[in-house]
Write a protein that binds this ligand. Structure first.
Ligand SMILES: Cc1c2[nH]c(c1CCC(=O)O)Cc1[nH]c(c(CCC(=O)O)c1C)Cc1[nH]c(c(CCC(=O)O)c1C)Cc1[nH]c(c(C)c1CCC(=O)O)C2
Length: 344
């Protein structure tokens, strides 16, 4: 019998019309109910590590919009937190970490990681029990490069200059950091799959700042190492790879990393997107600002994605996360428009 979980069917290469839909960062500050739950938690990480609260905020966008996939509520920075790096989220400032020095990398110890992350695994298993059966449950983590950028700079930066410099000045330590993050993150995904996640996504949000050689070394190879390790434990694992801003370097990302589905940001040209889709599923790629703009700007963007990519295996999504300014009414409009579409 075919799976009722449409996102899984598309990940296996099937074309569905209309395509299934979910949105990156769908649980979060654009939702008033999220802001309310967030205010009741003792900080952002507490929200991630309290299964009652994490389950609740994961389900909020499913209840409101009926998306085809739920994504575990957590953050990519729980990995450095579980590695005992100091990670804080301050209201209005984004994440703050104590920057790691080259001489601290050898001492990173993943052995206590899974007990620290046990509440996340409990959240996953409760979610799979509580979600409607046809809703796909996605787990996720950050890619080694993107997680490393935050560990090295200690905060978000516009161009990741600190991590790029670190890689040049300390190539051996940097390679060790990426390898350690790749194995720790793969093990984290394996535990999420053990706990009931149907598929997982790897976010490489900062692929955009890498040159061709560095993209291969810091983004592609560590992700490929993760995919191999995850599949050694779960041969059937379905994996979405999202390397934001990689441009033409995305062309053979699927072949090189072995992910099942390639996430596309909104700057990927149609011709390249269609080429990538010839070998399997793609996910994306509406500009999140179109949801903020709403109205005809939104409608035109939705129609464009459907016209460009709707005739192949597509998971409808944004080209990056939904932003806090988005109006939930525009999300409703977006979902309705996608669901009314019946093919060209
Ligand atoms: C780079 C990155 C991070 N986190 C994540 C990425 C990769 C995706 C991307 O590029 O957007 C991924 C992430 N973060 C969060 C999720 C939850 C699940 C979902 O998608 O709904 C996911 C998938 C919750 C969150 N993670 C964060 C929030 C907001 C925190 C709050 O409520 O105060 C949420 C809901 C905080 C966070 N976490 C991070 C940053 C830079 C920030 C601050 C900026 C921001 O606030 O969006 C690191």
């Amino acid at each position: 019998m075919k799976s009722e979980r449409k996102v899984l069917r598309v990940l296996d290469g099937e074309r569905l019309s209309p395509p299934p839909i979910w949105l990156m960062r769908q649980a979060g500050r654009h939702l008033p109910e999220y802001r309310e739950t967030r205010a009741s938690a003792n900080g952002f990480l507490d929200l991630c590590y309290t299964p009652d609260l994490a389950v609740e905020v994961t389900l909020q966008p499913i209840r409101r919009y009926g998306f085809d996939a739920a994504i575990l509520f957590s953050d990519i920075l729980v990995i450095p937190d579980a590695l005992d790096r100091d990670v804080r989220f301050e209201e209005g400032r984004g994440p703050l970490l104590t920057p790691i020095g080259a001489d601290e990398i050898a001492a990173l110890d993943p052995s206590g990681m899974h007990s620290h992350l046990a509440p996340v695994y409990e959240t996953v298993s409760r979610l799979r029990r509580e979600l409607p059966d046809p809703t796909t449950l996605l787990g996720f983590c950050g890619a080694p490069w993107t997680v490393a950028t935050y560990m090295i700079a200690g905060h978000g930066t516009p161009d990741q200059a600190p991590a790029r410099l670190f890689a040049m000045r300390h190539p051996d330590e940097f390679a060790k950091l990426l390898a350690l993050l790749a194995d720790a993150s793969a093990d984290y995904l394996i535990r999420q799959l053990d706990a009931g996640a149907d598929a997982v996504q790897i976010f490489d949000s900062w692929a955009s700042v890498l040159g061709e050689t560095e993209f291969d070394l810091y983004s592609v190879r560590p992700v490929q190492r993760m995919v191999e390790r995850v599949r050694a434990a779960h041969p059937e694992a379905r994996i979405i790879g999202f390397a934001k801003g990689a441009g033409v370097l995305l062309e053979d990302y699927r072949q090189r990393t072995k992910v099942d589905c390639v996430g596309l940001d909104w700057t990927v040209p149609r011709s390249l997107a269609r080429k990538i889709q010839q070998d399997g599923a793609v996910q994306g790629n509406l500009d999140p600002m179109r949801v903020v703009a709403g109205g005809t700007a939104l409608d035109e963007g939705v129609d464009r994605v459907l016209a460009d990519l709707g005739d192949g295996p597509l998971i409808f999504n944004l080209g990056h996360g939904i932003t806090p300014q988005a109006d939930p009414a525009s999300v409703v409009r977006l979902v309705e428009r996608v669901r009314r579409w019946s093919g060209a």
